[in-house]
Design a protein around this ligand. Structure first.
Ligand code: RB5
Length: 147
């Protein structure tokens, strides 16, 4: 499984912890799109870089971290085909995969503690999309026909 990582300065340290945590796992390959320090940067770039790597099929999933997980997930969700879920607990992480076929997990480093964040990562990566009734709903996200 290939995973893209991205963060702004607020998420940098947690991104590094996630990178270290996943780097010792067999069968996981990581691509880190930065940022690489706590120096202030703008989060949209990192959301977009990770989103592009998924759309380009360079990776299977993305993990994005900013202070709250909000800005970076909003940025990623602007890219067609991206379903970034900002999760604050393991139930959200599991259901984001099972029901929403989320392809990016977003985390808020100022919202969730490190131990919980790693549990959320585990839950996200081990859950699978259930398809069935959820398939049509996910397709409807992409094919908005109201406007
Ligand atoms: C950066 O200070 C902060 O605004 C950012 O990390 C994130 O929380 C935005 O949604």
């Amino acid at each position: 499984m290939k995973i893209a990582l991205g963060a702004d300065h607020g998420g940098y340290e947690l991104k590094e912890k996630i990178k270290q945590y996943l780097s010792i796992r067999k069968g996981i390959e990581l691509i880190d799109f930065g940022t690489n320090s706590t120096e202030s940067v703008d989060y949209p770039k990192y959301g977009h870089l990770v989103a592009k790597s998924i759309i380009d099929k360079e990776v299977d999933y993305g993990i994005l971290v900013c202070g709250t997980g909000i800005g970076i997930s909003i940025a990623a969700n602007k890219i067609k085909g991206i379903r970034a879920a900002n999760c604050t607990n393991t139930t959200m992480a599991r259901l984001s995969r099972q029901h929403n076929d989320a392809n990016i997990l977003a985390l808020g480093a100022r919202i969730v503690g490190d131990v919980l964040a790693l549990d959320i990562v585990d839950e996200f990566l081990s859950a699978s999309f259930e398809g069935g009734r959820h398939q049509k709903r996910v397709e409807e996200i992409e094919n908005c026909n109201i406007f």
